[in-house]
Design a protein. Structure first.
Length: 312
């Protein structure tokens, strides 16, 4: 087995993210091997199709095996992309919202680490045997914010991580998270999509899929009626305004200090600049993999620091 591979995973409610991939959290178990090997995970003699829609909300991600299985799929995707050996020693770098970091850190680490023994599984017809040797946890959103060095010179900065179900907020004072300002609002992109879907049904009696709505929000061409498009865009603007109001009501005024917006909802804000007028100095980071990349960067920095200390 080669040297340990640092691998970041962002465990979202709606999507899993690694440094190079994002896929929905849906997980469907099959009694027998499915007709295709695409997105199929075989573990413990059971078969799972990964990324089929999104799963029901799990506020406690350790309650079922789902997020562990999704983690195995995420690791397999990254190893294959990097051309790494399928027998690999992994240093897993993950995150939790700062609001629950202290409470959930120990249980989430144990959930992913298990006993550190070899884990055999198959993904898309390929055999893997991994050993999770270490699990490092970081505050969600903070790792991504550290990439904005210019903005971090500000005395106070808001960080808003717009995920699938929640929007996790914190204020950095002189680059240090202020724990008293941390909030987790249930106003993520799922609420936006569901609100649009309900409005379309109410006005037109039409049931659109999440994929259709997301396509319109991305500005992709399609066969969606112009009247439906207009409602989707209007509702998206309302969502942004309600989100900004909720952030202000939480004691973090985006008109008074710079704000970093990241996560799945950041791209929506970037495309709707008119709806975000009045912000002090917004930085919109629409790379949904930024948290996972940030976790890897922090582990790398920690490892280099340890080596420097040993050399000294």
């Amino acid at each position: 087995m080669s040297e340990m591979i640092i691998l970041g995973v962002d465990h979202g409610y709606a999507a899993m993210k690694t440094a190079h991939f994002t896929f929905p959290t849906g997980l469907v178990e099959y009694e027998h091997e499915p007709y295709t090997q695409r997105n199929v995970l075989e573990y413990g003699g059971r078969y799972f199709v990964v990324g089929s829609g999104r799963q029901p909300l799990q506020k406690d991600k350790t309650r079922t095996e789902d997020y562990y299985l999704l983690t195995l799929a995420a690791i397999a995707k990254e190893l294959e992309h990097r051309g790494a050996e399928h027998a690999a020693s992994i240093h897993l770098a993950v995150g939790l919202p700062l609001t629950s970091f202290g409470r959930d850190k120990k249980s989430f680490r144990s959930y992913l680490y298990r006993d550190g023994s070899a884990i055999p599984f198959r993904y898309e017809g390929q055999d893997y045997t991994i050993t999770i040797q270490e699990v490092s946890l970081f505050p969600q959103g903070y790792a991504a914010a550290l990439t904005q060095m210019e903005l971090l010179d500000e005395p106070s900065v808001i960080v808003a991580d717009i995920g699938g179900w929640t929007v996790d907020l914190m204020r950095l004072d002189n680059r240090i998270p202020n724990a008293a300002t941390c909030r987790s609002l249930e106003l993520g992109m799922i609420r936006c999509i569901d609100g649009i879907s309900e409005q379309i049904r109410r006005m037109f009696g039409v049931s659109m899929t999440d994929a259709q709505i997301e396509s319109v929000l991305r500005g992709d061409a399609g066969s969606v009626d112009e009247r439906l498009r207009a409602v989707i865009h209007a509702q998206a603007d309302r969502y942004i305004q309600s989100l900004l109001s909720a952030i202000t009501e939480s004691g973090l005024d985006t008109r008074a200090m710079p704000a970093i917006f990241l996560g799945g909802g950041a791209a929506l804000m970037k495309r709707r600049v008119a709806a975000t007028e009045g912000l002090c100095r917004p930085f919109i980071l629409d790379d949904v993999c930024l948290n996972a990349k940030g976790y890897e960067r922090l582990v790398g920095q920690m490892s280099r620091g340890e080596r420097s200390g040993q050399d000294g």
